[in-house]
Write a protein that binds this ligand. Structure first.
Ligand SMILES: Nc1ncnc2c1ncn2[C@@H]1O[C@H](COP(=O)(O)OP(=O)(O)OP(=O)(O)O)[C@@H](O)[C@H]1O
Ligand SMILES: [Mg+2]
Length: 243
């Protein structure tokens, strides 16, 4: 569903690549967690996956469509929640969602249904007609989450989506991720919250210094790292060894 093949990216004149020859195959109906230290290359990978940054080399396929060769077709299959929810400050929440609906050509009835569902779920109805610049961090995030789901994407990509969400919203988002998977879609997200990765993900990839250092189910990860009892132990061992 999501293929990353030997992808590398170096920023500007830097010597060290931010992402170094990364290959990943994410299956249909899978929740995949991407974890790793600060600066490991998670956001850079996600920006390449969503077509924001072009890779220096390698290829990315979204449901079989090459992201570099057919960017529009590939991007139609993606819903993206960035780590930094700074968006169109002057639009109201409703205007933003209508705009997203227009961009993705979401039929009117479907649009209404999804807007109502998520805005009610996230208790955002009262902020609908206010400009986004008055929104708190968490409110912006909930709006972005709703926007990302407007066209019911095959692949839902989220960069540290739980940062700044209150406990209820955090719970609801995790439930939505499960529901998206249940409907046969794929979810790819980065997080620093290892408990969430452990509970939610079918498979986890650990990236360090731009390189994938470990990948597998939680059981496989623990087995590979030996003697370890928690994902935290695995993380500490793996990211330390690689240093
Ligand atoms: N716009 C940029 N220009 C130059 N270097 C960058 C840029 N963005 C990221 N980098 C560098 O690329 C590397 C990977 O950064 P990236 O943001 O992908 O890490 P990350 O895994 O998302 O980290 P975090 O957990 O802190 O979000 C880091 O060394 C960082 O300094
Ligand atoms: Mg990041």
């Amino acid at each position: 569903m999501l293929s990353i093949r030997e992808v590398s990216k170096t920023y500007g004149k830097r010597q060290v690549p931010a992402v170094d020859n990364l290959s990943l195959e994410i299956k249909e109906g899978e929740i995949f967690g991407f974890i790793g230290p600060n600066g490991a290359g998670k956001t850079t990978t996600i920006k390449m996956l969503t077509g924001i940054l072009p890779p220096d080399k390698g290829s990315i396929l979204i449901a079989g469509v090459d992201l570099v060769k057919n960017p529009v077709e590939a991007k139609r299959k993606i819903g993206y929640v960035p780590a930094n929810p700074n968006i169109y400050e002057r639009l109201t929440g409703m205007e933003y969602l209508e705009f997203i609906g227009d961009v993705y050509g979401v039929p009117y009835a479907e649009r209404r249904e999804r807007i109502n569902k998520y805005m009610k779920m996230f208790e955002m109805e009262f902020s609908f007609n206010e400009q986004i610049r008055s929104y708190s961090h968490g409110m912006r995030q909930k709006l972005l989450i709703t926007g990302a789901l407007m066209h019911n994407p095959k692949v839902w990509i989220l960069d540290e989506p739980l940062t700044g969400l209150d406990p209820r919203s955090s719970f609801l988002l995790k439930e939505q991720m499960k529901e998206h998977k249940k409907n046969g879609n794929t979810v790819f997200f980065s997080t620093h919250i290892l408990e969430v990765a452990e509970k939610l993900c079918d498979r986890i990839g650990i990236i360090d210094k731009g390189r994938l250092v470990l990948i597998g189910t939680i059981e496989e990860l623990k087995e590979k790292a030996q003697k370890n009892s928690s994902l935290e132990d695995v993380f500490m061992t793996i990211t330390d060894q690689e240093g």
